[in-house]
Design a protein around this ligand. Structure first.
Ligand code: IPM
Ligand code: MG
Length: 377
């Protein structure tokens, strides 16, 4: 941290609706600071598809260096149909997650008032699940290649916990073009994320959490996960329930209220968190936090939605909830709680027309932001 009560935060508003929704999130974070006695110094970065198309630059080393002295990154949305999928996602999002070893991805899926959901909930149940996604290993390591002939792939990958080097030689007979992608789990990697899941479950007053696994088909990788995670859970006095991820998806659609904290290896976490965002009322209210031992990155899970950009139709709630996650991670818990309550109150109390377009109203992002802000001041 820069000095007590002062934070330096990098803003990457990004593409499409990114700037509209991040603008509201930032306004609300600043006003919360005035109320709770902290101040944010923002540094704007232009990265994203438009910047890349204009300049060819994705994420320069100098910017990453600057961010090393900051407290957080608030990100809007990145992507544009004119850029080949993967370039910016890997070049910006994954690079930042890996560089700063943001090994935890927290993705709350909560049913907010008046946000319609696609399933019928019993009156006495609530939908409030936290996905704790491992964010640096698994099939996301970036190890792999495609080849027209034999595979001969040399890797040299640096992560927060280790450097990984070696060579993979594979031959298919008869030869046919093929591709390979490797996943890895390390003991340290699994222990630290399991410890986080235990703390999150504990702070929700739970004695148990669920691990999304798939050891029936991939016993090496996910059998290792189960063994290490259950040992770590035991150390924390937590009960860990193992469920194969396919069955988990089935149960989540039918009775999501039975789940609290779900720990997931990286790829399963990516998928399960989108499933839950869909169940809990859509991407318009789904926020995410990428957290490590240094600065974290906070982002709405939705994309850049270029089709509605600039039309006053974007829903800023997910970005505002991401700012709340950001404030809670940097220690401003009261401000974070305030924002969450203000969002709930806004959704609960507003006239129909004052809801975001996505929720059946006609509020612009500014209007929605303003109505949330009024409930904070
Ligand atoms: C997410 C996204 C990213 C991921 C993509 C854009 C690389 O889907 O944050 O969930 O797979 O992690
Ligand atoms: Mg995803």
């Amino acid at each position: 941290m820069t000095s007590p009560g002062k934070y330096k935060i990098a803003q990457i508003a990004g593409d499409g609706i990114g700037p509209e929704v991040i603008g509201e999130a930032r306004k609300i974070a600043d006003h919360s600071g005035k109320k709770h006695g902290f101040e944010i110094e923002w540094k704007d970065y232009p990265f994203g598809a438009s910047h890349y198309l204009k300049t060819g630059e994705i994420l320069p080393e100098t910017a990453i260096k600057e961010m090393e002295d900051m407290d957080a990154i608030l990100l809007g949305a990145i992507g544009d149909p004119r850029v080949k999928p993967g370039i910016l996602e890997r070049g910006i999002l994954l690079t930042l997650r890996f560089h700063f070893d943001m090994y935890t991805n927290l993705r709350p899926a909560k049913k907010y008032p008046r946000v319609p959901i696609p399933i019928r909930m019993p009156e006495d149940k609530i939908l409030d699940i936290l996905v704790v996604r491992e964010n640096t290993e698994d099939l996301y390591m970036g190890m792999g290649c495609a080849s027209d002939g034999p595979i001969s792939y040399e890797m040299n990958i640096k992560r927060g916990l280790y450097e990984l080097s070696g060579k993979l030689d594979l031959k298919l007979t008869p030869s046919t073009p093929s591709a390979v992608q490797l996943g890895i789990a390390s003991e340290k990697g699994v222990r630290r994320i399991t410890a986080r899941a235990c703390r999150e479950a504990d702070s929700r007053g739970l004695q148990t959490f669920t691990l999304a696994s798939k050891s029936n088909a991939m016993p090496q990788l996910y059998g290792f996960w189960e063994e290490v995670a259950s040992d770590e859970a035991e150390k924390h006095g937590m009960e860990m329930k193992m469920v194969n991820v396919d069955a988990l998806c089935y149960h989540l659609v039918r009775n999501p209220w039975e789940y609290g904290v779900i720990l997931c290896p990286n790829l399963f976490g990516d998928i399960v968190s989108d499933l839950l965002a869909g169940l809990a009322g859509g991407l318009g209210v789904a926020a995410g936090a990428n957290i490590g031992d240094r600065l974290g990155m906070y982002e709405p899970i939705h994309g850049s939605a270029p089709d509605i950009a600039g039309k006053g139709m974007a829903n800023p709630v997910a970005a505002i909830l991401s700012a709340s996650l950001m404030l809670s991670s940097i220690g401003e818990n009261e401000a974070a709680g305030d924002i969450e309550s203000a969002v709930s109150a806004y959704l609960q109390e507003s006239d129909d027309e004052d809801l975001p377009v996505e929720l059946g109203g006609n509020a612009t992002p500014e209007k929605a932001g303003q109505l949330i802000l009024e409930r904070i001041l």
